[in-house]
Design a protein around this ligand. Structure first.
Ligand code: NAD
Length: 357
């Protein structure tokens, strides 16, 4: 990565041996996939999750149950339920578990709800992250990796976001809370030499994906012949990133500590909403019923990731094409749907639209 010459480019020491990793938000979409990967390769995982009801808690329970079924007997998985802001609980976890690696995925996610209720975002995302960094510095954690978001680029006019060239302008409380985490990360690196890496994820989708996000909603609704809402004219574009690529990037960041770094993690090419809907129609073999709605405040029209920095400094490379990712996600959806693993889509219930028999 040639444009960056600072001392932060030098990895502290790549680490490939056994680790005990504290995964916050490990019952959620991305956290549960990362936890599963770490357990699969032989690491110990300690999960903390408050199991909040931002979306149906049964999905999080099922994510945990899936991990427990596979790994609880090996005593390499420990699960705590609680708020990362709970000082007593977190101190107890650090004292008892002594994790040397932290993968901080817990956060209140979602752009639009953060405009309605900013305080919950300040609590979980800013206060929670500060609290974890405090403990990590105090307990000598070797590497602190946390989830930031492409939303920090906000209203930037650029169409190709790179970490060191594009000025970020968060335009929602959620985005601002993630930017605040990045700033705090620098502070903790500066004050306590905590190795800390922030990862700006670009719209992540895949099996067990969040039901509040467009990929899940579209697949669910189009499959069932329920109307979908298209905000804007369909030209808005996102860099949709398949979950296994994100897990790969997160694990690379865990294994390769830097004193302080921020990386984009995305696919590196955008897909328009219209093309997205077409692809879901292809793999569900259903015709979408589309209602066109005005653009939403706080939404960003284009997000496309420049993945070069992560490619050069982490060896990250997105592997799953958009078509392949949608094919796999629809196939998972059909499986889970048939087995009644997922039986909820919160909006659908709120609208009184029952699931098709
Ligand atoms: P998720 O909501 O599925 O997972 C987050 C988990 O954190 C949930 O299980 C929740 O219960 C837990 N949590 C929230 N606040 C907590 C608290 N105070 N204490 C303990 N647990 C708490 O979301 P996700 O999609 O898996 O996102 C994981 C991370 O990635 C988040 O930080 C999110 O902001 C970030 N991110 C996600 C995307 C995406 O496309 N999914 C994009 C950019 C950034």
């Amino acid at each position: 990565y040639e444009s960056e010459t600072s001392k932060w480019c030098t990895p502290v020491e790549p680490h490939v041996g056994y680790k005990k990793v504290l995964v916050t938000g490990g019952a959620g979409f991305i956290g549960s996939h990362v936890a599963e990967y770490l357990l699969q390769r032989g690491d110990d995982v300690v999960i903390i999750d408050e199991m909040n009801d931002y979306y149906d808690v049964r999905i999080k329970e099922s994510n945990l149950a899936n991990l427990q079924l596979k790994y609880q007997d090996e005593k390499r998985l420990k699960i705590y339920r609680g708020d990362i802001c709970d000082e007593n609980l977190m101190l107890q976890i650090f004292e008892e578990e002594r994790p040397e690696w932290v993968c901080h995925m817990a956060a209140r996610a979602g752009v639009r709800p953060s405009i309605q209720d900013p305080y919950v975002y300040i609590h979980s995302n800013i206060k929670g992250t500060t609290h974890l960094m405090e403990l990590s510095a105090r307990f000598g954690v070797k590497n602190f990796v946390f989830a930031s978001s492409s939303s920090v680029y906000g209203g930037s006019k650029s169409t190709f976001f790179s970490e060191d060239e594009v000025v970020d302008n968060p335009v929602s409380p959620y985005a601002a809370s993630k930017k605040a985490c990045e700033l705090l990360a620098y502070t903790y690196h500066h004050l306590y030499q905590l190795n800390v890496t922030g990862l700006r994820f670009f719209t992540v989708y895949g099996p067990r994906g969040r039901p509040d996000m467009a990929p899940f909603k579209f697949i669910d609704r189009i499959s069932r012949g329920v109307e979908i809402q298209q905000f804007g004219d369909g030209s808005s574009s996102r860099d949709y990133t398949y979950i296994s690529d994100i897990v790969d990037g997160v694990v690379r960041a865990i294994d390769r500590p830097y004193p302080y770094q921020i990386f984009n993690l995305g696919k590196g090419s955008g897909t328009s909403l219209k093309d997205f809907i077409d692809m879901v129609q292809k793999y569900t073999e259903k015709q979408a019923i589309v209602r066109v709605m005005p653009d939403q405040p706080g939404d960003v029209p284009y997000t496309c990731c420049s993945p070069y920095k992560a490619e050069h400094l982490l060896g990250y490379k997105s592997k799953v094409t958009f078509e392949e990712g949608i094919r796999r996600t629809v196939s998972w959806y059909k499986d889970a749907y048939d087995k009644h693993d997922i039986d909820v889509c919160p909006e659908t219930q709120a609208n009184g639209l029952g699931r098709a028999p």
